[in-house]
Write a protein that binds this ligand. Structure first.
Ligand code: HEC
Length: 192
């Protein structure tokens, strides 16, 4: 009985502590202040476990079709390169301002294509990674996965060829990006 009372007391203290922690704004949500090491570790672990569990059972189609690469490349250039960069571009204003910072996908790729697909389709909560499944079908997202498998190997010239959208392609987005400066703003997001 005594042990029960102690546990109940501890739970009450924990609950009150939690409420005060939230109410007094102890946690700083500012994106320009990095997480503490333990908080960072916890979030990384939660994210990686979540992705691994949810991506289990996704069947990976063949990813080495040339037309897939072209379609995935054009989509990547238009929708993703502002955050995830492209060969020859080391930073973007958008990427530099985000926390967590979007990974540079011209340097690294995830080993597991099913996980890559899941991330593209569903996005990542509490980061800037959008859920593209709301507006794109699976085939189109697999094409981006195929492109991401090759991206770390591409030179700026190869990237340009692979990401050129065929004239009249109705799937084109109206915010294409041009130019090869080493610092760029998000395509289509330059406010006057
Ligand atoms: C507004 C910025 C933004 C845009 C646009 C964006 N992403 Fe992301 N993306 C992120 C962020 C931030 C993360 C990291 C999330 C985290 O650390 O929890 C991420 C993570 C990822 C990852 C996981 C990388 C890894 O292995 O951990 C992939 C794959 C990815 N994005 C693909 C894409 C693709 C493909 C597109 C375009 C269709 C895209 N992203 C568009 C911000 C963005």
């Amino acid at each position: 009985m005594k042990l029960f009372k102690i546990l109940l007391g501890l739970a009450a203290v924990g609950l009150i502590g939690g409420v005060l922690f939230v109410y007094f704004g102890v946690f700083n949500v500012a994106a320009d202040e990095p997480h503490s090491k333990p908080a960072y570790w916890l979030m990384e672990t939660v994210r990686e476990r979540s992705i691994a569990v949810h991506a289990k059972g996704i069947k990976v189609p063949s990813l080495d079709d040339a037309s897939m690469l072209m379609s995935g490349g054009a989509d990547y250039n238009e929708m993703c390169s502002g955050c995830h960069l492209r060969p020859g571009v080391e930073s973007s204003e958008l990427r530099d301002a985000l926390y967590p910072q979007p990974p540079n996908l011209t340097k690294t790729k995830r080993a597991n294509p099913a996980e890559t697909f899941w991330i593209i389709k569903h996005g990542v909560k509490m980061s800037a990674m959008p859920a593209w499944g709301a507006t794109h079908d699976d085939r189109r997202m697999w094409a981006m996965v195929a492109f991401l498998q090759q991206l770390p190997r591409l030179t700026p010239a190869q990237y340009q060829i692979l990401t050129a959208r065929a004239e009249g392609d109705e799937r084109s987005h109206d915010h294409g990006s041009e130019g090869g400066d080493s610092k760029e703003t998000m395509p289509g997001m330059n406010m006057p």
